[in-house]
Write a protein that binds this ligand. Structure first.
Ligand code: COA
Ligand code: AMP
Ligand code: ZN
Length: 432
C-alpha cells in the first residue's frame, strides 16, 4: 500500500488523539487573538482531553451566522499583511462567508489535497483536468494546488464549455477528471453528440466527484457511463474547501483527515454527541489553520462515522456520504443557494407579489432552477413587452446573486398554491 504521508496517515489511534489534543490547545490559544473568540473565552489553561471541548470548558458552537455577523475580519488572528488569499461565498445581498489564509494555511491545504488525491489513486504520472469553477470557488484553486503539489500535469479547465472539455481531454490525454456528479451526466451527452466514446476514445482512468450530494446509484451510473471508478471528495469552504474527507481505493466511506480537523457528530436538535454509526450533524474544528481557526463549526451536513477500520491501513476515521442538511441550502450546478437569497431579490422588485416557488428540474440531463414568481395584479395586466423586460430583469438579478442563471416564470397573482403552515419554497425534482 502506498501513502502520501505514511506516518501521519497510519498513526495509531492513541497517537492521533494526542496529536489532536496538542493541536487543539494551540488552536484555542491562538483563537483568542481574534476579536470574536476573545469575546467568548480566555484561552487560559489547557484542555486535558478532547471531550473537554464540550464538557469542562463548554466551548460554544460557531455558526455561519456568527461568520456573517463578524464579517469580514472578526475571526482573524493575524494582521492583514500576513494573509495571502481569501475565498468567499456568492451573493450581492447580505454578508458573504469569507475565509482568509496565510502562507502556512495554503501550504497545509495544498498538502491535504495532495494527500487526498493520492489516497484516491492519483499519481504524478496523471494528466488531471479540473472541470470546476476557479475564482472564489474553492474547488478550482484548491484542487489546482493539490495537483501541482502531487506533481501530476494539471489542466485548469474550469467549468462549462463542454465541447472544449472533450477536446482538451483528447489533445492532452487526460487520465483524471474532477467535476460535480450532475455535470458529468451532461458531459456524457456531449460526448455522444460529438461521436466520441469516453470509454474507448479517451485515456480516462478515474473520476473525482464531489461538491454536491449524490447517491450510490448516481455514482454507479456515472461509473458505467465513463467506464472508470468515481471517488467521492468532500469539503466545505469554511474548512478550506476540498481536501477535508476523501475516498480511498476501497470506496467505502470518506477518510476525514483527523490531524487537520477535529470531528464531532451531534444530534441537530439537542446538540449532544451521537454514537459512531448514527447519523447527525457534522461539527468541525480546524486543527492546522493559523489565520482563521474555526472552533466547533456547525457544517449543517448530515452524515455519520462509519465504525470499523479500513483495509487500506489509514487510521483516520471514515464518514458516510452526506445524506442531507439541517438547513434549507441546496446546491445546483455546483453553486450553493439559500431560498432567502432569491426571496431577498424578489422583495426588492415592486412589481413582484409575495409568493414564489423554486423548482429544481433536470432538463436534457442539465439541472435547471425554475423560479415561479407571482406578479402583482396591476402589473400582470401590463403589456407583454413590459412583462418580458421584468422577466429579464429578474433573471439577471437572481443570477448575479446566486451565480446560476434561473428560468424565471411570471405567473398570475394567487396562482401559486398556498400550503398550510410554513410555505414550502423549494421542490427538488432532479433526476441526475
Ligand atoms: N461544472 C461544470 N460545468 C457546468 C456546471 C458545473 N457545475 N454546470 C453547468 N455547466 C456547464 C453547462 O453544461 C454549460 O456548458 P455547455 O453548454 O458547454 O454544456 C455551461 O456550463 C454554462 O451553463 P449554463 O447552465 O448555461 O449557465 P449558468 O449561468 O446557469 O451557470 C456556471 C453558470 C455553470 C458557469 C456556474 O453555475 C458555475 O460556475 N458553476 C460551477 C460551480 C462549481 O464548479 N462548483 C464546485 C466547486 S468545488
Ligand atoms: P462550499 O462551501 O461551497 O464548498 O460548499 C460546501 C457544501 O457542499 C458542503 O457543506 C456540503 O453540503 C456540500 N458538499 C461538498 N462536497 C460534497 C460531497 N462530496 N457530497 C455531498 N455534499 C457535498
Ligand atoms: Zn481506506
Amino acid at each position: 500500500m502506498e501513502f502520501w504521508e505514511k506516518e501521519l496517515e497510519t498513526l495509531p489511534q492513541d497517537k492521533l488523539t494526542r496529536l489532536q489534543l496538542d493541536r487543539l490547545n494551540l488552536v484555542i490559544q491562538s483563537a483568542v487573538r481574534s476579536p470574536y473568540y476573545r469575546s467568548l473565552f480566555s484561552g487560559n489553561g489547557d484542555l486535558e482531553s478532547l471531550r473537554d471541548i464540550r464538557e469542562v470548558n463548554g466551548i460554544p458552537f460557531t455558526t455561519k451566522q456568527h461568520l456573517r455577523d463578524h464579517f469580514p475580519y472578526g475571526f482573524l488572528t493575524l494582521p492583514r499583511k500576513e494573509l495571502i488569499r481569501l475565498h468567499s461565498s456568492s451573493g450581492t445581498t447580505g454578508n458573504p462567508t469569507v475565509v482568509f489564509h496565510n502562507r502556512h494555511d495554503i501550504d497545509s491545504w495544498s498538502n491535504l489535497m495532495a494527500r487526498s488525491l493520492f489516497c484516491a489513486g492519483v499519481r504524478d504520472t496523471d494528466v488531471f483536468q479540473n472541470i470546476v469553477g476557479y475564482g472564489l470557488f474553492t474547488g478550482g484553486l484548491g484542487f489546482q494546488y493539490g495537483i501541482e503539489r502531487l506533481g501530476a500535469l494539471s489542466i485548469p479547465a474550469g467549468a462549462g464549455n463542454s465541447a472544449r472539455q472533450i477536446k482538451l481531454m483528447r489533445d492532452y490525454g487526460t487520465t483524471v477528471i474532477h467535476a460535480i456528479p450532475s455535470y458529468l451526466a451532461r458531459l456524457y451527452d456531449v460526448f455522444l453528440a460529438e461521436g466520441v466514446n469516453p470509454r474507448t476514445d479517451t485515456e480516462l482512468r478515474m473520476l473525482i466527484i464531489g461538491a454536491e450530494p449524490h447517491t450510490e446509484a448516481q455514482r454507479q451510473r456515472i461509473q458505467e457511463m465513463f467506464g472508470v471508478k468515481a471517488y467521492n471528495s468532500f469539503g466545505l469552504s469554511e474548512m478550506n474547501g476540498p481536501g477535508v474527507a476523501f475516498e480511498c481505493e476501497y470506496q467505502n466511506g470518506l477518510h476525514i483527515w483527523e490531524d487537520a480537523f477535529l470531528v464531532e457528530i451531534v444530534d441537530p436538535e439537542t446538540l449532544e454527541p451521537v454514537p459512531d454509526g448514527e447519523y447527525g450533524e457534522l461539527v468541525m474544528t480546524t486543527l492546522d489553520r493559523q489565520a482563521m481557526p474555526l472552533i466547533r463549526y456547525r457544517t449543517r451536513d448530515i452524515t455519520r462515522i462509519l465504525p470499523g477500520i479500513c483495509p487500506c491501513g489509514r487510521t483516520h476515521r471514515r464518514i458516510d456520504r452526506i445524506t442531507g442538511r439541517t438547513d434549507d441550502m441546496f446546491i445546483i450546478k455546483g453553486c450553493n443557494i439559500y431560498p432567502m437569497q432569491v426571496e431577498g431579490i424578489l422583495l426588492r422588485v415592486a412589481e413582484v407579489g409575495s409568493d414564489y416557488v423554486i423548482r429544481l428540474e433536470t432538463i436534457d440531463d442539465q439541472d435547471e432552477m425554475i423560479v415561479e414568481v407571482e406578479v402583482k395584479k396591476d402589473w400582470f395586466r401590463g403589456d407583454l413587452l413590459f412583462l418580458d423586460q421584468l422577466q429579464k430583469r429578474l433573471t439577471h438579478m437572481i443570477r448575479d446573486e446566486v451565480l446560476v442563471t434561473p428560468r424565471v416564470k411570471l405567473v398570475e397573482p394567487g396562482s401559486i398554491p398556498k400550503g398550510e403552515g410554513k410555505a414550502v419554497r423549494v421542490f427538488d425534482n432532479r433526476q441526475n
